[in-house]
Design a protein around this ligand. Structure first.
Ligand code: FEO
Length: 172
């Protein structure tokens, strides 16, 4: 059984992961509407990954005989300036999520909960990858500029991203 503060904090993070999914889906929708189909695909897959993060935490709470309590999600932004604006916002969002995960680790330590700390290790590592993949697209967008052939080619490249659930992404 998880102690109450940990149960509450993991439930809060389930909401944060679901919000990430909602945010990326909103970004995907803007990109689709502006004919950046490859980037829309990239963001849609990113949204799917966030669902997986949320469900991994969801299962962790249930596995301990605790309660999952779903919270209201904020409305994500729906208007953006450009693909670069979108990926910069996504990168900044990932930095925020990393801080949330690190705070959770600190809380698990404070409450002497090594199982939760070990569970969160997966997310600590995942965040390194999450930050890097968003930043990678930001850097590429900066290189090619926000219009022209380069942008079209980058869009085609991002079309190739496919959803591959991580090996440890199933049961917690
Ligand atoms: Fe669930 Fe993108 O971090």
């Amino acid at each position: 059984m998880l102690c109450k503060p940990i149960e509450k904090a993991v439930n809060e993070q389930i909401k944060n992961e679901l919000y990430s999914s909602y945010l990326y889906l909103s970004m995907s929708s803007w990109l689709s509407a502006h004919d950046f189909k490859g980037m829309a695909n990239w963001m849609r897959i990113q949204a799917k990954e966030e669902d997986l993060h949320a469900m991994k935490m969801y299962d962790y709470v249930l596995d301990h005989g605790n309660r999952v309590e779903l919270k209201a999600l904020d409305q994500p932004p729906s208007e953006f300036k450009s693909p670069l604006d979108i990926f910069e916002q996504a990168y900044r969002h990932e930095l925020k999520v990393t801080r949330m995960i690190h705070d959770l680790v600190a809380l698990a330590r404070e409450h002497k909960d090594p199982a939760t700390e070990v569970f969160l290790n997966w997310f600590v590592t995942e965040q390194v990858e999450e930050e890097a993949s968003a930043d990678n697209v930001v850097q590429q967008l900066k290189l090619v500029g926000d219009k022209g052939n380069g942008l079209l080619m980058l869009d085609r490249l991002l079309q190739q991203r496919v959803f591959t659930p991580p090996a440890t992404g199933g049961a917690a």
